[in-house]
Write a protein that binds this ligand. Structure first.
Ligand SMILES: [Zn+2]
Length: 485
């Protein structure tokens, strides 16, 4: 295939990477703004100047348009739109999901997309609504996979083809679809038909659907979350391993008078301030924006800048190894997002397999932090500590004169658990910032002591702690000797 994807840095399942389409290169994670040629609130050259290196448009609109079809065929899509970056085209599947029917066949749209010079071509897949019953979902998935196979035959093995992953809300079907796309050698895989989940804030289901698709897909595939355009959920999606987003939201929200922020959207009518540092918001007051004849365009420009900025912030977070902190922050913007975050934490064991070993920091941000990959990974390493027959785990500082009656003395840092003094400066112990200890943190740390005992059967473990923690330690670790200080 003429699409290749290289992973550069990883954090959780998120990654920074380089998507290469022919000779064009895109840094990921990336956002592809949606362009509607009939009413461009922001023109493609303007998008480019704001930092968008790729965009997506709908081939079906060009195909059906008296105004745009001929020029696109004659001059090519890039010339018509005035954009020399990567242009991905959707096939008409979106119209199929909204209107139930399209006047184009799979081979028609594939050949048309190729004729207008699309950089990434999408077959006419069936976007199965997440509330569709299983038998119909299965039938539609068969058609989608058949059309993908047909696309390979029509366009040839080197075509820049996207392989949409369908399967409705059934995790096993999503996984199967991902596996089949991987077996067919597809390197660019949009996860489709998730917009209804996002529109109704069903983030918990979204997490299960995406994680299932990821389980089937090779980790080297570039994953596009089709139709995801609200910046509030990008960090969560990237943490699951989504690399690309497309946003019509910047324009749709603008038309409804809504102002995007990274923690939700607000009605411009209700704002007395514009809490943003973009050029639009610095040059206008909320009142001026409301009264401007250019209101929708100004809003769209602000919305797109906020969206692109969040993508940059996420790339930096991955580079710094602080993506969990960003996910935690964003997901507290809405209770349903928090549910999504908690659902993602149930995959911590899988996520830990790709998560990086060392990070810049671990900020404790409440109960959810106890379930993070770093805690799980650390506790999986604890059984390998080599200890003598008599072990002391102390919640306090190491006594200056040592503790001669014990063979091994370990310190304790919740939520991780016991650690030898040699690990004091290394990640995560050395980079973990805690507020005052709380019960949840200490209970999780006790799980670490339990891992130590499980890995060293026969050793005698004593825990030395203050009276405030004695009850928890006694309850969590009935097998240890408790020494109060
Ligand atoms: Zn702004």
């Amino acid at each position: 295939m003429s699409i290749s994807f290289e992973i550069l840095e990883e954090d959780i399942f998120g990654r920074t990477g380089r998507l290469k389409v022919g000779e064009k290169v895109l840094k990921t994670p990336a956002l592809l703004p949606v362009v509607n040629p009939h009413l461009p609130l922001i023109t493609p050259p303007e998008m480019k100047s704001l930092g968008a290196d790729a965009l997506i448009t709908n081939a079906y609109i060009f195909y059906r348009s008296k105004e745009f079809c001929e020029p696109a065929l004659a001059r090519g899509l890039h010339d018509v739109l005035g954009f020399d970056g990567i242009i991905m085209t959707d096939s008409g599947s979106f119209q199929l999901s909204v209107y139930g029917d399209v006047e184009v066949s799979n081979s028609d749209t594939l050949l048309f997309q190729r004729s207008i010079g699309s950089d990434i071509i999408v077959p006419l897949d069936i976007p199965t609504h997440p509330d569709t019953p299983r038998d119909q979902t299965e039938k539609e998935l068969v058609i989608t996979m058949e059309r993908l196979r047909e696309a390979g035959e029509i366009l040839g093995p080197d075509a820049p083809l996207a392989a949409p992953i369908q399967g409705g809300s059934f995790p096993d079907l999503r996984e199967q679809a991902g596996r089949m796309a991987g077996e067919m050698g597809c390197t660019f895989t949009p996860i489709g038909a998730v917009v209804p989940l996002m529109e109704s804030y069903r983030y918990e289901e979204l997490v299960h659907v995406v994680m299932a698709a990821k389980k089937g897909l090779p980790s080297s595939a570039c994953v596009h979350l089709f139709g995801a355009g609200h910046p509030v959920m990008f960090a969560l999606a990237v943490a699951m391993g989504c690399d690309l987003f497309d946003s019509a939201a910047y324009a749709l929200y603008a038309k409804e008078g809504r102002y995007l922020t990274t923690h939700g959207s607000k009605k411009l009518a209700e704002l007395s301030e514009l809490p943003c540092s973009c050029e639009v918001c610095r040059r206008h007051s909320a009142d001026e924006m409301r009264k401007s004849p250019e209101k929708i365009r100004l809003l769209a420009r602000h919305n797109l800048i906020v969206t692109l900025t969040e993508i940059s912030r996420i790339r930096q977070a991955i580079s710094d190894g602080v993506l969990w902190e960003l996910v935690d922050e964003r997901c507290r913007s809405h209770p349903q997002l928090l549910r999504g975050y908690r659902a993602l934490l149930t995959y911590a064991e899988d996520l830990g397999k790709r998560d990086r070993v060392s990070k810049r920091r671990f900020f404790y941000r409440g109960d959810e932090s106890c379930r993070r990959t770093e805690v799980l990974r650390y506790q999986m390493m604890i059984p390998r500590f080599s200890v003598g027959p008599k072990v002391l785990v102390t919640f306090d500082r190491l006594p200056s004169g040592g503790v001669p009656e014990y063979d091994t003395v370990l310190l304790f840092k919740p939520p991780f658990g016991p650690y030898p003094v040699e690990l004091k400066e290394t990640f995560p112990i050395g980079q973990c910032e805690l507020p005052e200890w709380d019960d949840h943190m200490v209970i999780t740390g006790c799980r670490g002591i339990r891992a130590l005992i499980a890995g060293n059967p026969g050793v005698s473990v004593t825990v030395r702690c203050g009276p405030e923690w004695a009850a928890i330690v006694g309850r969590e670790l009935p097998e240890v000797r408790l020494e109060r200080n």
